[in-house]
Design a protein around this ligand. Structure first.
Ligand code: ATP
Length: 214
């Protein structure tokens, strides 16, 4: 079996230190030396990100410039159809083959809405889910059936390397009270985002006038 690879999807409007610190901790916990960031294509019927797709990519590029752990994959942005995670995972699985373990990183808030994802029960046929803790979110799903599904799939870290997919690993990450929504709100009010964003991202936002005070 080949090496476990880790993927981290999100809107990244903008990418922030919550994403980056969690991903670094997860990489160390699960033993990967590469995390690929996968900015998503928001379907037209959903609220659109404030930054354009190109700006979201540039924000990520600024954020990861000095950290070889990270790379970026823009495949979802290049599609002109909504980017369902299941479709991307299908493509990734085709690329790496059936035996290679794949890990897809999400926050606890995303796990709590997993049953709203397209073909959600098939997600684990393609990857493991690695769940980062997120302050302010419940530890249990409100739907008992979904919670039972989660419980049935919980695995230890070794399984992530031994099996190609099928596990949910709860990563004991630090709690980061950082969200993109709050960062946009702060920037609209002209407040500082020091410690919430990497310096290069702060500079990019200042230079481009993105998220400028309203
Ligand atoms: P928003 O505030 O607009 O919802 P966000 O901060 O959650 O944005 P996203 O790009 O939507 O950012 O998040 C991508 C992924 O990162 C999601 O799975 C989310 O759960 C996770 N994530 C985001 N922020 C954190 C955080 N502070 N701690 C742990 N996971 C996080």
């Amino acid at each position: 079996m080949s090496k476990l690879s880790a993927w981290f999807g999100g809107t990244f409007d903008p990418i922030h230190n919550g994403h980056l610190h969690c991903a670094r901790e997860i990489a160390a916990l699960i033993g990967v030396d590469k995390v690929t960031l996968l900015p998503n294509n928001v379907p037209p019927h959903r609220p659109q990100p404030e930054a354009t797709a190109e700006q979201r990519v540039e924000l990520i590029q600024c954020a990861i410039r000095h950290d070889p752990l990270f790379s970026i994959d823009t495949r979802e942005l290049l599609r002109d159809t909504p980017s369902w995670t299941i479709d991307t995972l299908t493509l990734l699985r085709e690329e790496v083959g059936v035996a290679c373990p794949l890990a897809f990183i999400i926050g606890q808030d995303s796990l709590l809405t997993i049953n709203k994802w397209e073909r959600w029960q098939e997600i684990l046929d393609y990857c493991h889910l690695i769940v980062a803790q997120r302050p302010g979110y419940a530890s249990q799903h409100t739907d008992n059936k979904v919670q039972s599904w989660i419980n049935r799939h919980v695995v230890e870290v070794e399984t992530l390397h031994q099996q190609p997919c099928g596990g949910i690993f709860f990563a004991d990450t630090s709690l980061y009270t950082i969200s993109a929504t709050d960062i946009r709100r702060r920037l609209h009010l002209g407040l500082s985002c020091q410690n919430l964003l990497p310096d290069d991202v702060i500079r990019y936002i200042a230079d481009t006038g993105l998220y400028r005070p309203r």
